[in-house]
Every structure is written in structure tokens, then in C-alpha cells.
Design a protein around this ligand. Structure first.
Ligand code: CA
Length: 235
């Protein structure tokens, strides 16, 4: 039997903390609860959790302070939970090193998907074991061939430009995870590339036209409004 992964739920609202912990405990994880930032930091060192679910609005400190503190010494995966509708809070948290975010209210499936993805990405250096094994990433009808630099839909080569391929390849490498516009731009065009999203948006529109049945309702490449993009994750 597998050892249950320990997840620290940092949340001051009892009902939400209980809701999250129950879902986790019922799905093969071991949930632990912290009600404040101070308690969270001490439990992180004493209990060594495998993942942290972190509410940004805590009574004694802002969740981003915990994130900053944690990232100075650990790469432990963190999924941020926020009631805030402002996209900038999510972008800031991701830029500070959060692995993903959930916006309240969220459902069971969404919570479990984020947790699975965040834990999976800490397991392999490449971020995606299928790519490490076969040099490909496949989800439904889409295959990204990292050796041949090709994207296939139902086995047919989708003719992408180099930039378009690199965007799809990057999202595939982190499938299931949201990548901020800024992260994608810097990965593709270097640290000094302009923070302007325009080129990225144009490329994404072209990619969707080539890949998606209905580009307005994508099945593979999702927009996280004001934050970035996420590729569908396989099972
Ligand atoms: Ca709170």
C-alpha cells in the first residue's frame, strides 16, 4: 500500500478547512490543518507535508508572506486558495512561486485535479514523465512529439510555426498547470523579452485555429482570464 501523501491545509475559516480536509481524507490523502500563518510555518517544519493548500487571507499574516518565506528554502508544492476575484493576486502568487491556485468557491473535482497536478510536477524533473519516457505527450486526440518538433491531431501533422510549436510544447510539458503570460514569454523569448502579451495572444489564436474544433470553446488549450494558459492534462 502506498504511503498517504500529507497535505497541510492553511485556512482560518473552519468550515472551508473542514470541507477541504474531508475531500482530501476521502481521496487517499492525509490532511492536516493550520489556522494561522504562524501555525502553518511551524507545522511545515515539524510535519514535512508533501503539499500545502494555502489561503491568502489569514488573520495574522498574508498568505503571500508565507509563500515568500517558504520559497527562500523549499520548493514544496503550494496551491493557493483565494476568495479574491482580482486576477493580479493570482498572478502575484504564481510569480512568488505558487504552483497553482483555486478561486473560492471551488468544487471537489477541481480541488483534486489541482492537488494531483501539483504533486505530480514535483515528482519528475522534466515535469511530465511521459515526455521523459517517450519524448511525446498525448492527451485525447493531441500528440506533441518533442523529438520531431511536431504536433499531431488524430495522427495528422498540424503545421505549426516554430513559435507556435514552442508554446504548445511548453504548455504540454506543464500540462494541467497554469502558466502565467510572463512565464511563457520569458521561457520562449528570454528574460529580457517585453512583458507585452500581444504576440503571445496572436500565436495562441493561430494555434487554436489549427488544433481546436471550436477555438471559442477550447478543449485542449484553456485561457485563465488575466493570468495565463493551461493545457488539458491526461489521465
Ligand atoms: Ca481566510
Amino acid at each position: 500500500m502506498n504511503i498517504r501523501e500529507k497535505i497541510l491545509v492553511v485556512e482560518d475559516e473552519k468550515s472551508i478547512s473542514h470541507f477541504i480536509s474531508t475531500i482530501l481524507n476521502n481521496n487517499g490523502y492525509e490532511a492536516m490543518q493550520a489556522r494561522s500563518g504562524t501555525e502553518a510555518l511551524s507545522m511545515i517544519s515539524s510535519h514535512c507535508p508533501d503539499l500545502i493548500i494555502l489561503d491568502l487571507g489569514l488573520p495574522d499574516m498574508d498568505g503571500t508572506e508565507i509563500l515568500q518565506n517558504l520559497r527562500s528554502w523549499s520548493s514544496l508544492p503550494v496551491v493557493v486558495v483565494s476568495a479574491r476575484s482580482h486576477e493580479q493576486d493570482k498572478v502575484d502568487a504564481l510569480d512568488l512561486g505558487a504552483d497553482d491556485y483555486l478561486t473560492k468557491p471551488f468544487g471537489t473535482d477541481e480541488l483534486l485535479a489541482r492537488v494531483r497536478t501539483a504533486i505530480r510536477h514535483t515528482r519528475t524533473a522534466s515535469g511530465n514523465d511521459e515526455i521523459a519516457r517517450n519524448g511525446t505527450y498525448t492527451v485525447r486526440d493531441l500528440t506533441i512529439d518533442y523529438n520531431k518538433h511536431q504536433v499531431l491531431m488524430r495522427g495528422e501533422n498540424v503545421h505549426l510555426t516554430l513559435s507556435e510549436f514552442r508554446i504548445v510544447a511548453l504548455l504540454g510539458k506543464y500540462a494541467g498547470k497554469v502558466l502565467t503570460y510572463d512565464f511563457i514569454i520569458k521561457e520562449l523569448w528570454g528574460p529580457r523579452a517585453s512583458g507585452d502579451n500581444q504576440i503571445l495572444r496572436v500565436n495562441m489564436a493561430n494555434i487554436r485555429r489549427k488544433i481546436e474544433k471550436n477555438p471559442a470553446e477550447p478543449e485542449y488549450l484553456f485561457t485563465e482570464v488575466g493570468v495565463g494558459y493551461r493545457m488539458l492534462e491526461g489521465d
